[in-house]
Design a protein around this ligand. Sequence first.
Ligand SMILES: [Zn+2]
Length: 370
Amino acid sequence: MQATLDSPPLRPSRWAVLSLAGWALALGAYASDKKMEPPAKPATKPDIEATTASNPKDVGDKVRDALGTSILPNKKLVVSVNSGKAGSAPAVDANPTPAAAMAPAVSAANRRINQARAAAISGHMAATPAAAMAAKATEAHSGEAHWAYEGENGPQAWGNLKPEFNLCATGRRQSPISIEDGATLQGPAEPILFNYLPSNGTVVNNGHTIQVDVVGDNAITVRGSSYRLLQFHFHTPSEEQVNFKRYPMVAHLVHKNAEGQLAVVAVLLDNGSANALIEKVWTYMPLDAGDRVRMPADLLNVGELLPKDQRYYQFMGSLTTPPCSEGVLWMVLKTPMSLSKAQLRLFTQLYPNNARPVQPVNARPVRDAQ
Ligand SMILES: [Zn+2]
């Protein structure tokens, strides 16, 4: 399970599409994580919603607002400039244009903002020292370390990176776990009722995984509650270990009910034939961290990811990424689906290992739902 809460502060998109005729700047600082996984951050933090501006002055104001006052260090900022009308979907990698020549005249009260904006439009943050410095300054100001899957900010350190991540170290019901048939409670259990329909999806490369934010009427019913599907994402290898086996990959389908409780369905993915749903998702996979690409309408049917045999293991656990919040209902489907080696390779080229190690079970009951 994935809850990206800290990411590089300013990650310009490469899909800036520029035109001399009519400017519209869509400025969105999005917290993909926020949408995806609750233990919500404190409501005191303001959100920057996607906005549009129709003239250069508005553009400047929006950028200034975003960078100067309300941008959060753990939010990604995407600045996209396109010639379409406000609200149109950003195009992907269309007509990369020498950006410096195209920069609109923006009233500039703040040098740093202008530099950052120019870099954002160029799509090459690192190539602009001033902007890179600005980004670093923001990072330093936040005093945050970014969590990772290896190195000094790896899973062993998550609990110490920020006070909010405490549970990663001190929690007693953490995920993932090793599931062993000999140690489960076996017996009847209600089936998970899946109600998934063709939906709209946006594929997000959030710097920790590939995630699909889902918009549509998708829900599961279990334990007398209906949980709406928010997003799904992938880990390699599988975080779950079942009877001492880890699979090449796992998909986590993250749902939330009206009370804000989370339920995650894990679909294990084993080597085999190509996976139809993954093929669709990979087709729209953004390669750069911080990018997102909208899939064609109704292309996504998450039901394609489910095995016919939907027996599962059930237990209470946590987010498997910081802040490692507990109280998450986990359902690990026993029957794996397949993905091809080429599909796996494409993911591992971006994320060779994004799996948290298994955590102590601490005498938690694990139900074998037969
Ligand atoms: Zn996950």
